[in-house]
Design a protein around this ligand. Structure first.
Ligand code: SF4
Ligand code: SF4
Length: 444
């Protein structure tokens, strides 16, 4: 029986589905639109992370089911599964899963970074570029991550989001990818990967380039958007660049930026005609010369992919941190631009950053190893469900301490009318703590 748009969106909302590959935008809101294309982001562009690779190999049917539900909800004409050609098994599985559906096709991507950036993937599939400050729907597209599509498929069967794939790698004894309950402790994940090889490591939550650094592993838990946990030495260059004192970086940049322009020459958003010029931002900031900015709003087009810093700059500077700070300031002031994109660089294909080069330049080649999928592992005895795992308002708990809960039960919901996504118990057990920002459940 055909379902209405509202019925599908209600099921997705009830299941608490959010963008699992990005900042966690609520999916029922994203799909409440009328695009021409729904594009599945199966690129998994960050090095070392293999979460979506296994998801595609093992659950391609569900990803395609999720795509069908998204097409049904939005009325979109085309469903495109954009996946890197190098992931042969994943490509085969997706092609098999959509073989009988004329509305859904597989689009092959090269192995470059950041192939999974929304702007890049939309350009690769449709040849369109989103004007700075606008959403993909402005060019007739909606982009949904592979893990999110699996959650959508489960949601329309009445199954809420309670688990996701995570890759655990770096300085661990046995790097693995595994499906774990939302709320699993990161130190437990590291234990499942054979334990840390370092006594006092730093950890990147997410991919090596766009992930965030933490030294407080005991207080980190898997959320709906956690795709990777990378254990590194505290003095690893990646950690230093991500974490070093901003004022110190600024002082160094003032004397060391030679305006070589390499940061802009490698910027993938610049090549799409979005006017992003990190070298100009560096010049303006470090020399206090605002007038050198040919377009003062150019920072708005930055996606913080980090290529300018980790691959472009030979002086060890961090232009991505400066341009992102400028961008954050512009967004805070609600500055907007109506500038249309310039023509795409004709040489774009030649200047893409191959992933192997990114791996070499970031000093993570030693960690680029086979990461098997671990299907047989002990579930955690306790989980911590964060009340904000999404863009929008934090959830309000709907359970109290000592309540018994079952896996899949809704335990928190956004305030009435607010943007957000529900959260659910990811294991059965007893609620042992409820705070303003989380709910702890123990298997007792
Ligand atoms: S690549 Fe580095 S040194 Fe060159 S302009 Fe950019 S920030 Fe300055
Ligand atoms: S982080 Fe750097 S390379 Fe990436 S989009 Fe921003 S300016 Fe360009």
């Amino acid at each position: 029986m055909a379902r209405t748009k509202e019925q599908i969106l209600d099921l997705i909302q009830a299941a608490g589905v959010v963008g699992a590959g990005g900042a966690g935008f609520p999916t029922h809101v994203k799909l409440n639109s009328s695009p021409e294309y729904v594009i599945a982001n199966c690129a998994e562009c960050e090095p070392l992370i293999r979460s979506d690779k296994y998801l595609m190999e093992m659950h391609a049917e569900e990803i395609v089911d999720g795509m069908r539900a998204a097409l049904e909800a939005t009325g979109a004409r085309y469903g495109v599964l954009a996946v890197k050609e190098k992931n042969h098994a994943a490509v085969d599985a997706l092609e098999r899963a959509c073989a009988d559906d004329p509305q859904i096709n597989v689009h092959l991507l090269e192995n470059y970074y950041p192939a999974g950036d929304e702007q890049q993937i939309i350009y690769e599939v449709t040849g369109r570029v989103i004007p700075v400050g606008q959403l993909p729907i402005s060019v007739g597209c909606v982009v949904i991550n592979a893990q999110t599509l699996r959650h959508v498929a489960q949601a329309v069967r009445g199954v809420p989001v309670t688990s996701r794939n995570v890759t655990v790698c770096g300085e661990v004894a046995s790097p693995v990818t595994l499906e774990v309950p939302i709320g699993t402790a990161v130190d437990y994940l590291i234990e499942l990967a054979g334990g840390s090889l370092l006594a006092d490591p730093a950890v990147i939550i997410g991919g090596p380039l766009m992930g965030r650094v933490t030294f407080d592993i005991a207080h980190e838990f898997v959320t709906k958007t956690t795709n990777g946990v990378i254990v590194l030495p505290k003095d690893h260059p990646l950690i230093d660049k991500k974490n070093s004192d901003f004022d110190r970086q600024y002082r160094i940049a003032r004397s060391a930026c030679c305006q070589c322009n390499y940061c802009t020459l490698i910027c993938p958003r610049s090549h799409l005609g979005l006017g992003v010029q990190p070298h100009k931002i560096m010049q303006a900031l470090t020399l206090n010369r605002a007038e050198v900015l040919t377009d003062g709003l150019s920072a708005l087009g930055c996606c913080n992919c980090g290529l300018c810093t980790y691959v472009g700059c030979n002086m060890g500077l961090t232009p991505n941190r400066f341009i992102y700070a400028v961008r954050a300031d512009l967004l805070k002031k609600k500055v907007k631009t109506d500038k249309q994109p310039a023509p795409v660089n004709k040489m774009r294909d030649l200047v893409k950053a191959p992933t192997h080069r990114v791996i070499q330049r970031t000093g993570i080649a030693a960690y680029d190893v086979d990461v098997p999928f671990l299907s047989d592992h002990r579930p955690p005895a306790a989980v911590r469900i964060m009340l904000r795992q999404h863009i929008g308002a934090a959830c309000v708990p709907t359970v109290a301490r000592d309540d018994r809960v079952t896996c899949g039960q809704c335990i928190g919901a956004p305030p009435e009318g607010a943007l957000g996504a529900r959260v659910h118990a990811s294991i059965s057990g007893t609620v042992i703590a409820v705070t303003e920002d989380h709910i702890d459940i123990m298997d007792i």
